[in-house]
Ligand binder design. Sequence first.
Ligand SMILES: [Zn+2]
Ligand SMILES: [Zn+2]
Length: 454
Amino acid sequence: MLDQVEKRICEIIDEHAQEIIGFGNDIWYHAETGFKEFRTSQKLAEGLEKLGLKPRTGIGLTGVKAYLKDPETTRGLNICLMGEMDALPLPTHPDAWSETGAAHACGHNAQMTGVYGAAIALTMPEIKEKINGNITFIGVPSEEFSSDTEYKMKLIHEGKIGCGGGKSEFLRLGELDDLDICVCHHTWETKYAIVLNDSGNGFVNKSVRFIGKAAHGTSAWQGIDAWEAASLSTAAINANREISPEKDYTRIHGVITKGGNAANVIADEVRMDFSVRAKTMPAVQRASYKVDRALKASAMAVGAGIDIETIAGYLPYIPSNNVTLLKGVLEDLSNGRPVEVIDSASDPMIHSPGSTDLGELTHLMPVVQFGTAGQAGTGHGADYRIVDENLYYVETAKIFAICGYRLLKDDAAAAKDLLNGFQPALTAEGYRKYLADNQKFEHMDPVPVPSFED
Ligand SMILES: [Zn+2]
Ligand SMILES: [Zn+2]
């Protein structure tokens, strides 16, 4: 049951519904991809500033962080309400922003709008004084590691960021070290809302460059064909799929980001990216080893050289062993609408082959993740669209706000309950070491055929 404060939180959010929807739609029509969310983060920071907060910006290039109360003088636990800011490169989407070619076909604009809407209620003096501890509002960059990786790898090589994922980057920078629990959201195909507690795959990212030698297309023997090596590699990787145990949930997929220069020029360079995913990090390492072997063998088969740069992607998602609080919040706000639950902790057969950098957070702190409806079409597809703005934005804001408040109410009993049952799989220091340990660069020179005189 909602208490008086929670009822008031809902009223405040309802009173601001049009403003919240306007905020969310503005982001929808101005979508930006990972580590390029400059307009989006500015909008979030300005919104939080107007509410009297002091957001810090530019964390991991575009990240935003603001405390409800001064962390120096506030005692108690610190609950984070976190929203992702990035969109997908999808110029064929009817609402793609012409300046970026990006569209919010994964619904991340609902997340940040939910965090902003929650801040509207929680910053009201009558509510703020009832918060027993602190709340931190965060907009994180780049959840979609695998899109525009060339840009992200360039930023990494320039030392501007250290990870492809925004939450990973926040962790690397120590920006999440002062949080106790994180509340997160994703839009979901459901009727109203859902507890999202399914285990998920981890992954490593590979940037691959096959190195050939240019020659006329009709005199291929004078060159080394990087394109042939790249073509072989997809077959070689496919030949390894059957030898991945089912329990590993191995998924390997790639993209050719540069296929050569012209049809009549033997390719001196072909670039590819791969996501190599599996259920556990040892399983990711096994798959990664096989992919490296297939890539090198394909290069060797035609005498091409190769660069393989592997970097940590995301860690597997460890489900929480306690979804009581979240389930209670969703039921109390449901007004009779159905609340769904995906929970790998109670049914280990449930597992998602996808990955998110929330996986990193689940190794370090309890994560409360919910989904809300309000969209239709295909996730990551050009037909993804918002069909119920209230559910998509406003209900999301309410759930964020109530979760934050309720975790801390009654001397933070629910937060303490979550924390008591939580065993971190990694420390923040351990995470930073894992990042370093999972970086690897391999190079092989091209090997032309020696000359055998006629
Ligand atoms: Zn996505
Ligand atoms: Zn997403």
